[in-house]
Design a binder for this molecule. Structure first.
Ligand SMILES: *[C@@H]1O[C@H](CO)[C@@H](O)[C@H](O)[C@H]1NC(C)=O
Ligand SMILES: *[C@@H]1O[C@H](CO)[C@@H](O)[C@H](O)[C@H]1NC(C)=O
Ligand SMILES: *[C@@H]1O[C@H](CO)[C@@H](O)[C@H](O)[C@H]1NC(C)=O
Ligand SMILES: *[C@@H]1O[C@H](CO)[C@@H](O)[C@H](O)[C@H]1NC(C)=O
Ligand SMILES: *[C@@H]1O[C@H](CO)[C@@H](O)[C@H](O)[C@H]1NC(C)=O
Ligand SMILES: *[C@@H]1O[C@H](CO)[C@@H](O)[C@H](O)[C@H]1NC(C)=O
Ligand SMILES: *[C@@H]1O[C@H](CO)[C@@H](O)[C@H](O)[C@H]1NC(C)=O
Ligand SMILES: *[C@@H]1O[C@H](CO)[C@@H](O)[C@H](O)[C@H]1NC(C)=O
Length: 417
């Protein structure tokens, strides 16, 4: 009996396969009907008769060439209406085949409860940019097989001081992790267990505390972006152990202390942004020996002394910024005002001259201060103060002249009478 039913089943599968093969010749195999329903529920217009696996306005799906039915492997929901909701049923239907799921400008109601188990096991890439009204860290944390996770401009709904650790606690396979402008608070984890991580972008959150020394356990990392948080303390001394780093952005935090010498051991480093912190001490000359460096931003810190770079080195850089360091100056016999934009020239003792710089340069540096002014940095504001006070002085002189002329005219009139 069992054998017979198995035979029947086999026969049915054969027939189905043949039919789908024929369909494949005519056009292509059809999409799994349940997955088609799920796509419709997610906002794929019912009016649309074509193949949903081809790119569409709001929902773009990629499908495999499976038989008897094709199945969705990757799904992107873009610019969807705010009545869209990501139902558990839709996810359940897509789960067996879905490997990549992305939301972009999609203010949909978020998935409830926890992701279906098959989705959690199968999903390799999840991305959410300005989407999903509340995304829970716990929901995300179940997607344990992800290699890429992006959450950008989407507040993560938790409140735990270790929410980042919660999210990635089981994600051992991550290669790229971005949680940017995600209202993430708490601290950086002390333990990382993603040996293959190459990109880490946690910019624009409210992550506090120091950068733990254990960040050097991320041995394969190439991009590190911790900008615009509230990190304090010193830059880890052993950051130079992360020898594959090509971009380091620690800007707009409250980091203090000096630039660690181990940066000099980073052969691949192209971008170093340490702007808008409270770093102090002198700028180490070894930076100019980093032959790959293309962008160097040291603005709005507390560096002092003489800029230790040659014109040759600076002309090689695509970006060099050092304005907004009140005690920093450049040597006029080494650099020109054009390359040391926004930095005061040194007097013969190596201190910034207090006299206003030459006109051509002052224009340039004022523009630069305006640029950085949005950071609300006290240094920039104080230096830019020369502009307004000059205007006030001019206005005062003008008004005095006017008053003098008026008095003169009045006197003359009296004399004439
Ligand atoms: C998003 O959708 C709205 C209307 O639904 C449309 O006007 C707008 O052009 C779309 N934007 C993009 C980038 O597709
Ligand atoms: C991750 O994938 C493997 C197989 O690829 C599977 O055995 C495992 O259960 C998955 N992990 C989770 C947490 O689902
Ligand atoms: C960000 O988190 C804080 C608490 O941690 C919360 O009060 C606030 O509403 C959150 N902001 C958004 C936009 O979710
Ligand atoms: C890291 O990558 C290697 C090579 O691609 C792979 O064999 C290994 O399983 C990965 N490790 C983890 C934890 O994903
Ligand atoms: C770091 O992130 C910020 C904000 O997301 C971005 O503007 C900046 O370009 C990033 N830095 C690097 C080096 O990629
Ligand atoms: C610096 O970070 C603060 C929050 O810490 C943010 O409000 C501000 O926009 C950031 N500035 C820049 C230039 O990114
Ligand atoms: C940097 O500032 C700290 C206090 O924030 C101070 O202890 C240290 O001496 C300063 N270093 C230099 C080189 O000025
Ligand atoms: C500026 O450079 C000249 C020539 O290299 C040098 O003699 C002088 O001491 C330097 N001045 C300062 C303040 O470092």
């Amino acid at each position: 009996m069992a054998a017979a039913s198995r035979l029947l089943l086999l026969l049915l599968v054969r027939v189905a396969a043949t039919v789908s093969f024929a369909l494949g010749l005519a056009g292509r195999a059809q999409l799994d009907p349940q997955q088609l329903l799920a796509l419709r529920a997610l906002g794929l217009g019912a009016r649309r008769a074509g193949d949903p696996c081809d790119a569409d306005g709001a929902v773009a799906a990629s499908c495999d060439a499976g038989a008897p039915f094709r199945r969705v492997t990757s799904l992107v929901l873009t610019n969807c209406s705010d009545t869209t909701s990501v139902s558990a049923a839709a996810l359940e239907a897509l789960a067996p085949s879905l490997r990549a799921l992305a939301f972009s400008d999609c203010p949909a109601a978020p998935p409830r409860l926890l992701p279906p188990e098959q989705l959690a096991a199968g999903l390799l890439s999840f991305s959410c940019t300005a989407s999903l009204r509340r995304l829970s860290a716990v929901w995300l944390s179940r997607l344990a097989n992800l290699t890429e996770l992006t959450v950008a401009n989407t507040p993560l709904a938790t409140g735990s001081p270790s929410e980042l650790a919660v999210v990635i606690s089981h994600m051992d396979h991550l290669t790229r992790l971005t949680i940017s402008n995600g209202n993430l608070s708490g601290f950086l984890p002390h333990h990382w267990h993603c040996p293959n991580l190459t990109h880490l972008d946690l910019s624009g959150n409210r992550i506090a505390g120091a950068i733990p020394d254990t960040i050097t356990h991320l041995g394969g990392i190439t991009h590190l972006n911790l900008s615009s948080n509230v990190l304090n303390g010193q830059i880890p001394t052993h950051i130079g152990d992360l020898i594959w780093l090509t971009a380091v952005d620690l800007s707009n935090n409250s980091l203090s202390g000096g630039i660690p010498e181990t940066f000099s051991t980073l052969p691949e480093l192209e971008v170093l942004n340490l702007g808008s912190n409270r770093l102090n001490g002198s700028i180490p000359p070894f930076l100019s020996e980093m032959s790959g460096l293309k962008e160097l931003n040291l603005e709005n810190n507390d560096f002092d002394g003489v800029v230790p770079f040659s014109a040759r080195f600076l002309s090689r850089l695509r970006v060099f910024r050092a304005a907004g360091n009140g005690k920093l100056c450049y040597n006029r016999s080494v650099l020109s005002a054009e390359v040391a934009v926004g930095v005061a020239p040194c007097d013969k003792y190596g201190f910034p001259v207090t006299a206003p710089p030459a006109t051509a340069q002052s224009e340039k540096s004022t523009a630069d201060y305006d640029d950085g002014g949005s950071d609300g940095d006290a240094d920039g504001g104080a230096d830019a103060g020369g502009g307004p006070s000059a205007v006030v002085l001019g206005l005062a002189i003008g008004l005095s002249c006017l008053a003098f002329v008026v008095i003169l005219v009045v006197c003359l009139c009296k004399v004439c009478r």
